[in-house]
Each structure stands twice: as C-alpha cells, then as structure tokens.
Design a protein around this ligand. Structure first.
Ligand SMILES: [Zn+2]
Length: 53
C-alpha cells in the first residue's frame, strides 16, 4: 500500500486505511477545505452578481 499523494510506502495501519501518510493526509484535508472554501466563495460571488444585476 502506497500513499495516494506522494507514493511513499505506508507503514502504519491507520495510514494504510486512509490511503495517505499522516503529513499527506493533513495536506489532503487542507486541500479539501480550500476547495470547499473556494466553492463557497464562487457561490457568494454569484449571489452578489445576481443581486447587483
Ligand atoms: Zn504521502
């Protein structure tokens, strides 16, 4: 089993379950959070645009 992000070999059971090493899992979560944030921002922008037009 390898890390989905950096392809390093995973050695502990938890990492293998997650599919990420501990550091990459944090980065993965952060990327997901950023993605969510950006998606929300786009939604807000669209709402504002819709109101002002
Ligand atoms: Zn990794």
């Amino acid at each position: 089993m390898q890390c989905t992000r950096c392809n390093r070999k995973l050695k502990d059971k938890k990492s293998i379950e997650l599919g990420f090493g501990p550091v990459c899992y944090k980065k993965h979560l952060k990327a997901l959070a950023d993605e969510e944030f950006e998606r929300n921002q786009v939604t807000i922008d669209e709402v504002i645009e819709g109101v002002s037009v």
